[in-house]
Design a protein around this ligand. Sequence first.
Ligand SMILES: [Zn+2]
Length: 126
Amino acid sequence: MQHARTVAEYAYAPYSRFKVGAALLLSNGHIVTGCNVENSSYRLTNCAEQGAISAAVAKFGPKVRIRAVGVANVDVQTACMPCGACRQTILEFATDDCWVFFPGQSGCPRECAFSDLLPESFRLAH
Ligand SMILES: [Zn+2]
């Protein structure tokens, strides 16, 4: 969570002012971070979790696996759990026992198994 809080300071969030950081604990023991990067065309905004996942794949390759995700925001003490798109992106790389740590209601620390955040998830059979 400390890594997530630290990288959130680097977020580019001039429109929402909602700075978010994400830190991934990988199965290889490394921690990789990312922050949100907004765009004036809002739908082009990248979430912190997706930035961290892109960085992890770029650094360790496509077999990288995520054991835990920490998400934090710095400017407001409010809930900040991964959005639906990020949950689907995390699923692609999550281990079966992946955990997620994030500020819940009123910023209170929460943690839960990733499988509880995305039940009945979509997976393309291959
Ligand atoms: Zn997201």
